[in-house]
Design a protein around this ligand. Structure first.
Ligand code: PLP
Length: 329
């Protein structure tokens, strides 16, 4: 953090600091491989996918919500030329679960698009059938579904939404599927947690906070897009003073089109130093240690008659309470 800030980088564009952009391309691919993400999220693989570092999960979710909104507006303008733009915008609707983080609802407020918080099951999991019912009801009422924000590792209990069944509905209904894995994403790196990655090859975008599970200090939120052009097309606003002769070349993306601010911090340096210092194995060992500590704590709770678990332990999170009246807790 001291180096990243101390160099005084303000990466408005590639030419302001080629290292700031190029190291980000490198470390986002390292990270994608470390987490076993689908190939199409890598910069080095030909295609429109890639990763970017945002300041927070909230920003990543907002970027996904705004891009999905703009794509939906353009699609409907094309298929229904009789509708005005404001008529279309007034009909947009988005979805998430009632267990999702507050930043999802906030993204809806900022995007001026209601986000319905659908009821998760008793196990705190949102599934495709609930989404399907909501979409069908809304379409029948004349609304236009835009995006579903699923969560892998909810804030309350670290529950995992059923990405496979949600993806099937989103594909059928042309709805953008974003996954917020702000906390749990680090566990994608572990073979024993490979189940968590099921369905990720079908999502449009996802985010994961390195400042939660990966020993990178705040702020550092990774985001991957299956088709970054959808974001770039939605946010691209240029001025003469931002142009440079290397624009548009592959491997030197102008990340300003992938985010809310114009200037950028040299966050990639923090990721680079963390990987170079600890190595992939060191980081895996760190995550495993958190999980095993939670396992030990879970055993202590189970062995103590005064307490009970209120949800299954998940990764490093143990949710428990005092037995009896809620007042005691
Ligand atoms: N998503 C989940 C699942 C979270 O647990 C949190 C924070 O705890 C967030 C999003 C928000 O993260 P940020 O502070 O990076 O916006």
């Amino acid at each position: 953090e001291m180096l990243a800030s101390g160099f005084g980088i303000i990466g408005f564009s590639w030419i302001c600091s080629p290292a700031c952009t190029e190291l980000e391309v490198v470390v986002m691919d390292w990270l994608a491989k470390f987490l076993h993400l689908p190939q199409h999220f890598l910069h080095e693989v030909e295609g429109p996918g890639g990763g970017v570092i945002q300041g927070s999960a909230s920003e990543a979710v907002l970027v996904a919500v705004l891009a999905a909104r703009e794509q939906a507006v353009r699609r409907v303008q094309h298929s229904h030329p009789e509708l005005t733009e404001s008529e279309i915008r007034g009909k947009l609707i988005a979805y998430s679960s009632d267990q999702s983080n507050s930043c999802i609802e906030k993204a809806g407020v900022l995007a001026a698009m209601p986000i319905k918080l659908l009821p998760a099951g008793d196990d705190f999991v949102l599934r495709g059938d609930t989404l399907k019912q909501a979409i069908e009801r809304d379409v029948a009422a004349g609304l236009i579904p835009v995006i579903c924000v699923a969560t892998l590792g909810t804030t309350g209990t670290c529950a995992y939404d059923d990405i496979e069944s949600l993806a099937s509905i989103c594909e059928e209904k042309s709805v953008w599927l974003h996954v917020d894995a702000a906390y749990a994403g680090g566990a994608f790196a572990l073979e024993e947690c490979s189940e968590l990655r099921r369905g990720l090859e079908r999502v449009d975008s996802l985010n994961f906070n390195l400042h939660k599970f990966m020993l990178v200090n705040f702020d550092c939120a990774a985001m991957w897009l299956r088709d970054a052009n959808k974001v770039i097309d939605s946010f691209n606003v240029d001025r003469i003073y931002l142009k440079h002769k290397h624009e548009g070349q592959t491997q030197i993306p102008d990340f300003r089109h992938w985010q809310i601010p114009l200037g950028r911090r040299f966050r990639a340096l923090k990721v680079w130093i963390t990987f170079r210092t600890l190595g992939a194995e060191g980081l895996r060992a760190h995550i495993r240690k958190h999980i095993s500590l939670a396992g030990q704590f879970e055993d202590l709770v189970k062995a103590d008659e005064r307490f009970e678990l209120i949800a299954p332990r998940a990764l490093g999170l143990v949710c428990f309470r005092a037995k009896g009246d809620n007042e005691i807790t």
